[in-house]
Design a protein around this ligand. Structure first.
Ligand code: CTP
Length: 208
């Protein structure tokens, strides 16, 4: 199989120096990429800026903004069998990016933000016979929110985790099916969860 994996954060620039981003180490996405490679698959990794190195053997596409992520994924998805979307996408961007560096004035400033593109929802529209695994990071009403995302993004399942996963060594995830059943649960270090989760995806979602 050829598996598209998104990982890490995206950045949205206010000017050439300052940006808004999401807290994400990229470790969960990279660990899933590692697990997919270890299982003998081709991995196309689209990654935001992180401090760790991608697993050896991936086809790596570095991106920075959500628009970069969107354009890169739309191009690559058609040649893949499925996608696992682990990226922590920055959902807002400034209405305008100022060229150069905004100078301080000594007073408060106000910026207007608008929503960025929903990359996975876009891939969901182009799905055809490919499979889609989404992640959902929730802090309140987790199952209802995760199910809303699964439907909106046309996912075959969604992996629910909470904010304790951010920058942590371990993770505790629950996989929800389109009929809102808990179909799997994995807990442990991120490499262990990644390996167990990828094995489950191979069998139950990708039909390998
Ligand atoms: N995602 C995406 N593009 C976005 C936002 C999210 O592709 N603009 C993907 C993520 O990679 C993840 C899934 O959609 O697989 C859900 O991401 P999450 O951040 O949990 O939810 P959002 O859709 O951003 O909704 P909210 O911020 O309201 O929780």
């Amino acid at each position: 199989m050829r598996v598209l994996i998104t990982a890490g954060p995206t950045r949205e620039y206010l000017d050439d120096v300052r940006y808004l981003s999401n807290a994400s180490s990229g470790r969960m996405g990279y660990a899933i990429a590692e697990a997919a490679l270890a299982a003998g698959h081709e991995v196309v990794l689209v990654t935001g800026p992180v401090a760790i190195s991608p697993p050896v053997g991936c086809e790596v596409h570095p991106i920075e903004t959500t628009d970069d992520l969107l354009n890169t994924c739309v191009e690559l998805f058609s040649k893949c069998d499925g996608v696992i979307a682990v990226a922590a996408v920055c959902d807002y961007r400034p209405v305008e990016r100022v060229a150069g560096k905004i100078t301080k004035t000594g007073t408060a400033v106000t910026f207007e933000f608008i929503e960025t593109a929903d990359v996975l929802a876009e891939l969901g529209k182009q799905k055809a016979d490919r499979w889609i695994v989404g992640f959902a990071l929730e802090s309140q009403d987790p199952r209802a929110n995760a199910m809303r995302k699964l439907k909106m993004k046309n996912c075959d399942c969604i992996v629910l985790n909470d904010t304790s996963a951010i920058a942590a060594d371990s993770n505790d995830v629950e996989v929800l099916s389109p009929d809102a059943e808990t179909v799997a649960q994995f807990r442990g270090t991120k490499p262990k969860v990644a390996s167990d989760l990828f094995g489950w995806i191979e069998t139950h979602i990708a039909g390998e």
